[in-house]
Design a protein around this ligand. Structure first.
Ligand code: NAD
Length: 488
């Protein structure tokens, strides 16, 4: 297979002599071969971005907004095509993949609006004998590093605010899912983003990341992925004093209170846990259920887990497909064993792939979703509850003392998302406010939105994406003192 032209450098698509295969996890087939950018190609991309920054930062927010509005429309119009590419390379359900691409379009539409509003931001103040001006300035070149689990929407929620602010971009998608990101960048190029403003480098992480970390012109790195890699980037960025935005792992608690609407909680539990087969940073990690609802919750959840259907992610009747690779399958097997040792009992599982019609699927990466339970919080090992599951295993724990539960949850170093189900809004808000989290859904298993600030606290990261706050990650302030007042 030829190596595809998956590098976008200074407006030109390029290939490399050697590439890496992109695999369809549902079948094991090689889909394409991505180009492997090395240090040289990445340095070229950084130089192109630094050069393009000179003119892009000088365009008006209105002009940037127009281009981004066109990009949003193009991405939306191609949601089915890009969604199919995304589903093939990640094994994600086609309907979820199309939804993800539409969500990516939302980010461009939202930040197109923010780009217009930036024009009014620079302030004008006064001091004795002079005046003051504060400029809001784009940072410069931004390195955009993203994972495979939401390859298009996570790139979009980083690129859109960076472009809106007036920054230029060198992006690297995960080597596991670069093709849908290539199609995203094609939309941006067709929408009129000038050459050099967005650059894409594909291939193994090390040489690309090294070049980005070392370059002084790269003034910010925005990364989504695991906590250990995020901490490494944070440490290494000190050498060139880059701004860091980090969206890292989570271990979202899903709390079902005594007065919860059980049917709503159960339906939302399935979404919060099994969307993308649990491979989501905001995915529900452990379900904490008040003793009074414990048996009924387990019964309802068990029925829903057994009803999940394995199959081809492109087919509408399928509700779960493959995990991304053998490494994740092994990690989930290990977790299942650790869960048993930590005090959980197996309750139910979805059927395995032998129950799925159709040919061509490879069973290796299919791991049937399963449900486990422990009736009392104090009988479960805390270390197990604190870790990120990131897969299709659901763990339910009964609790009897809400205060004690909240204290324990706050001891978790991970603090990305969480969920509270209660019919008493005041109580749900009090619980949400007490949790040390960046995002909380109250009676809502899917709180993600382009106009909301998303991000975590403690080991779950730094900074916010989306909302107005998302653009501030890519701007710096310059204070200018005027010794001779303009308005004398
Ligand atoms: P990962 O950290 O292994 O990989 C993320 C990206 O970093 C990939 O592109 C990968 O190629 C690259 N990478 C891996 N090792 C690297 C290294 N040593 N140097 C430089 N780059 C490196 O994570 P993953 O397995 O792809 O994704 C799963 C993790 O990401 C989970 O912990 C999940 O919670 C987290 N995540 C967080 C969010 C969020 O918004 N907070 C979203 C999705 C995923």
């Amino acid at each position: 297979m030829d190596v595809n032209a998956t590098l976008l450098i200074d407006g030109n698509w390029r290939s490399t002599p050697i590439g890496s295969p992109v695999i369809n996890p549902a079948t094991g087939a090689v889909l394409t071969v991505q180009a492997n950018a090395g240090t040289g190609e990445t340095k070229e991309a950084i130089a192109a971005a630094a050069n393009a920054f000179k003119s892009w930062r000088a365009t008006s927010g209105f002009a940037r907004s127009e281009i981004m509005t066109r990009a949003a429309a193009l991405i939306g119009a191609r949601a089915e095509t890009i969604g199919r590419t995304l589903a093939l390379e990640t094994g994600k359900l086609l309907r979820e993949a199309i939804g993800e691409v539409r969500f990516a379009a939302d980010y461009f539409a939202w930040f197109a609006g923010e780009a217009r509003r930036l024009e009014g931001l620079s302030g004008f103040g006064g001091r004795a004998g002079g005046q003051q001006l504060v400029l809001h300035k784009p940072l410069g070149v931004v390195g955009v590093l993203t994972p495979w689990n939401f390859p298009v929407s996570i790139q979009a929620r980083k690129i859109a605010p960076a472009l809106a602010a007036g920054c230029t971009v060198v992006g690297r998608p995960s080597e596991l899912a670069p093709n849908s990101v290539v199609e995203l960048y094609q939309c941006l190029q067709e929408a009129g983003v000038p050459a050099g403003v967005i650059n894409l480098v594909t291939g193994p992480a090390a040489p690309i990341t090294e070049a980005l970390l070392e370059a002084y012109e790269v003034r910010a790195i925005t990364f989504t992925g695991s906590t250990p890699v995020g901490k490494m980037l944070y440490t290494r960025s000190a050498q060139t004093m880059k701004r860091l935005a980090l969206e890292l792992g989570g271990a979202a608690p899903f709390i079902v209170c005594a007065d919860a609407d059980l049917s709503l909680a159960l339906d939302q539990a399935v979404i919060a846990k099994f969307r993308n087969y649990g491979q989501s940073c905001v995915g529900a990690n452990i379900f904490y259920v008040d003793q009074s609802q414990y048996s009924a919750f387990l019964e309802g959840f068990s029925a829903r887990v057994k009803a999940l259907k394995p199959g081809d992610p492109l087919q509408p009747e399928t509700t779960f497909g493959p995990l991304i690779n053998a490494k994740r399958v092994q990690a989930i097997r290990d977790l299942q064993k650790a869960g048993e040792e930590a005090g959980f009992e197996h309750i139910a599982a979805a059927p395995d792939l032998s129950a799925a019609p159709g040919a061509g699927l490879s069973p290796e990466l299919y791991f049937p979703p399963a449900l486990f339970a422990a009736p009392a919080l104090d009988r479960v090992d805390q270390a197990f509850l604190n870790q990120e599951i990131f897969g299709p295993l659901a763990y339910v724990v009964g609790y009897s003392n809400l205060d004690e539960l909240l204290d324990r949850l706050c001891q978790n170093p991970l603090g990305l998302a969480g969920y509270v189900f209660s019919e008493n809004t005041a109580q749900a808000l009090r619980i949400a406010a007490r949790l040390e989290l960046g995002i909380t859904g109250i009676n809502d298993g899917l709180p993600s939105a382009a106009n909301a600030p998303m991000g975590g606290v403690k080991d779950s990261g730094l900074g916010r994406e989306g909302g107005h706050q998302g653009i501030e990650e890519f701007m710096d302030l310059q204070y200018i003192a005027l010794g001779k007042p303009l308005l004398a």
